[in-house]
Design a protein around this ligand. Structure first.
Ligand code: GLU
Length: 473
């Protein structure tokens, strides 16, 4: 049997973390089994589905590198097929027309609630033998078996079952002629030869219903694996406030796709104590038996930790486009600075996101707009201008501008002035970058170049002296 999995988002919003993890598990399992993953857009809710959401979901999957092998199929292009299957179910006596008005159904629900029973359709039209009549508001309902139970072996949760009397005669076709989710999914999973349905466990109650439809259609069941949901760090349902933003927002925050994929794979799945997995390793080791049965908590700190790991090891070339994009959005051009790759190399071991990385290299390409007040107060005093003037002269006279020559001059000068190295290095950092948080000073100045170093140090001396005059006036 060929393994065929599917990822069937409803394009009513962005691709959130839970959806991305479901896509990832489907992708991993398909790749591991030498099978295929189908992408299906479940757009029958025409009011809420938008082209923009479709584009955003597709871009997010592409960004994560979760390529599909078939599709995208669109449910709205398969409406005739759903009608055909609904007709088949009607013809064979497994479905029926129901003309109960919304008013009647509301009243029924209210009465059931008052009696303390679970609201459910009372099968009023099940044996009424109604026919489709033009102008009448019909829905088509499924004749769910009245007795017995539905059981299946979930690849994650083990055996699960429910009594048929717990299940409704669910609607298959709405009064506007559109199929419902449960009908369309079964027809698609059948036609697309889906072998494994891997989805969020919020769908488990739908699975029982879908199994009954599969059976009525005489079709073999796929296997099912229901993935526990992701909750926020506060153990509440994941929401925009506690982490559930669009996958593409993580890109905009400077998260690498490799890091997010690794993080999502580890969220609720484990392989011994290993934390960092290449895609090949994930494909090799992924195993439903190692997926947690309980929901997993989203942890931004851990995602940042992984991102730091991946930023530190990524081939520099792969970081260039995104860093250029961030800098360009800040109207920073990199032509007149050191090579972007060298600047990235200098700071990437110290940052957790690409946005932070861009923050930390910005000053190579444009002088800081202001000096960090706290850093100034901490590292500068009345003797700083004098100290900086001296080092400026020395640096301006260097024959070669290298890390070694700069480092040696700074050390020798600090020694001659009997000041600690940091008393010289910190004001220099502030002079060239605006803050005291740069990489090591010799490397920083070497990369910045002698012209910029001296120009910025002189501007800083002037700034300090002006400040002093103002203060003493
Ligand atoms: N369109 C459904 C959703 O986004 C798919 C559920 C399923 O996998 O069957 O929740």
């Amino acid at each position: 049997m060929q393994v065929v999995t599917r990822f069937p988002p409803s394009p009513t919003g962005y691709l959130h973390l839970g959806g991305a993890r479901t896509a990832l598990f489907n992708w991993l399992f398909a790749r591991q089994s030498g099978g295929k993953m189908v992408l299906r857009i479940e757009d029958t809710d025409r009011q809420r589905s938008t082209d923009e959401a479709i584009n955003v979901i597709i871009s997010a999957l592409e960004w994560l590198g979760l390529e599909w092998d078939e599709g995208p199929y669109y449910q709205t292009q398969r409406l005739e097929r759903y009608k055909e299957v609904i007709q088949q179910l009607l013809d064979q006596g497994d479905a029926y027309y129901c003309s109960c008005s919304p008013k009647r159904l509301d009243k029924l629900r209210k009465e059931q609630r008052e009696k303390g029973i679970k609201p459910r359709y009372d099968r009023h039209c099940r044996d009424a033998g109604l026919e489709r009549k033009p102008g009448r508001n019909h829905v088509v309902r499924f004749k769910n078996p009245l007795a017995g139970s539905v059981s299946f072996q979930d690849r994650i949760r083990g055996p699960v079952s429910v009594q048929n009397e717990e299940l409704d005669d669910l609607v298959l076709e709405r009064s506007d002629g559109m199929p419902t989710y449960n009908l369309a999914v079964v027809v698609d999973d059948m036609d697309m030869r889906i072998s494994h349905v891997i989805r969020g466990d919020d769908h488990i109650n739908n699975t029982f219903r879908q199994i009954n439809i599969f059976r009525a259609l005489g079709h073999d069941l796929p296997e099912f694996a229901h993935v526990p949901l992701i909750h926020g760090p506060d153990r509440k349902r994941l929401s925009k406030r506690n982490g559930d933003v669009s996958v593409l927002d993580y890109r905009d925050r400077g998260i690498l796709p490799e890091a997010l994929v690794n993080y999502l794979a580890r969220l609720g799945w484990s392989h011994g104590d290993q934390e960092i997995f290449s895609k090949e390793e994930m494909i090799r080791y992924f195993d439903f038996r190692q997926v947690n049965k309980s929901s997993a908590g989203f942890d931004m700190e851990k995602l940042l930790w992984m991102n730091r790991h991946y930023i530190g090891r990524a081939p520099i070339d792969s970081l260039l486009p995104e860093i250029s994009r961030i800098l360009t959005a800040r109207l920073i051009t990199t032509e007149n600075g050191p090579g972007l790759a060298s600047a990235i190399e200098l700071v990437r071991g110290r940052v957790s996101t690409l946005v932070e990385l861009a923050d930390q290299i910005e000053y190579f390409f444009r002088p800081a707009e202001n000096y960090h007040a706290e850093a100034l107060a901490r590292h500068c005093n009345d003797s700083t201008p004098e100290l900086l003037r001296g080092i400026c002269t020395i640096l301006a006279g260097l024959d070669s501008w290298t890390r070694e020559s700069i480092g040696d001059s700074l050390k020798a000068y600090a020694k001659s002035k009997e000041v600690k190295f940091s008393h010289l290095a910190q004001p220099l950092r502030i002079a060239v970058s605006g803050s005291d948080q740069t990489a090591s000073i010799d490397l920083t100045l070497a990369l910045l170049g002698s012209v910029n170093t001296i120009k910025r140090t002189q501007a800083f001396i002037e700034y300090l002296e002006q400040g002093r005059t103002t203060l003493s006036q």
